[in-house]
Design a protein around this ligand. Sequence first.
Ligand code: F6P
Length: 407
Amino acid sequence: MNIAIAQSGGPTCAINSSLVGVFKQGLLTEEIDAIFGSINGIEGIINDELLNLKTIIKTNEDMELLRQTPSTMLGSCRYKLPDYETEPAVYEKILHTLTVHRIEIFVYIGGNDSMDTVVKLSAYLKNINSDIKVIGVPKTIDNDLPVTDHTPGFGSAAKYVAATAQEIIRDSSVYSIPSVTIIEIMGRHAGWLTASTCVLRANGEEAPHLIYLPESDFSSEQFIEDVRKEMAKHKAVIVAISEGISLSEENSAEFQSGAVDNFGHKYLSGVGKYLERLVADRIGCKVRSIELNVMQRCSSHICSKTDIDEAERIGRRALSAALDGNTGQMMYFRRISEMPYAVTIEMTDASNVANLEKMFPKEWISPEQNQVTDAAISYFLPLIQGEVNIMMKNGLPVHFQRPLQMR
Ligand code: F6P
């Protein structure tokens, strides 16, 4: 039999490691012949754009390089599979590609939106009595998938964000004049990544002095008040703020384009700049905003080894699960011990995850709504542990790329 793998949704530092996991397990499985990679997620299956991965990933070194390469080697998509009833032709195209290439297992690495594809496609295939199995592998820097303890990709993003925040803290405190520095962090509707900056407290840092999440109640007036209070205590105030904090519609319209993706998600960005202007107008001190932007999901030079290793492991297990006859499932991590940290890999019906979001726990947010509690530190710390021995060339990390003619 042949199998196919695709990557979907926003990139991470670990999504290629999951691809390596599936690929390695495929190489070890005698009954598997070709391992196809689908270009741009499910779009590649719909349009019959597949690559024979064995002709691209040829050596152990290739696999090692791929593990340290951020983003999606196969490209990605934000494609919402229509319902079968409204567009059966899309499903027929998918079936055609899978059948023509004798693909019996399709592994989809993605987030909550991509699990929607796993649910719909596996249901369709079951309905037509096809034996083709569809299995989901989680990923997202947002860490917002239900059921799983955490998502591959999150630990590396959290490690980068905290390390960068620490560097910003050092830089911001050099002058004698008071200042405010606002760090804008991704995460859409969930504040996990912004909250994870609290790990700096484990190393004795006091900053970020203020942490605001989409799950906290936010008001611009209270924000200014909070900043003033912190300025009375610290010369250089550091604020970590999630891109998705809830501002009133009129305020967000000032800095957001209003554009949405296929799933109806707004492109969020710019709240840091907005608050920078507010601080400048209302407080009038030195103020900067720093949007970490895509760097937080592609800075693999400081990725978490725990994250990269786990991403590979969960990819391997996904293929084994499909070979055991499972379909419509997503693999997930269950934390079985905090100290020492240990997880098991299990599976859940992908419908328990599709289109759903797991929010940062309210009980880990301070009563003032502007900090997170120490309980969060113990949750986050194990996920950012370990360093990958990054291969370098000319002083730069080496990335694995598809050959030019295949891009
Ligand atoms: O995949 C999650 C994410 O990185 C969010 O944190 C962010 O809001 C969004 O994707 C950005 O989307 P895009 O990659 O389409 O700009």
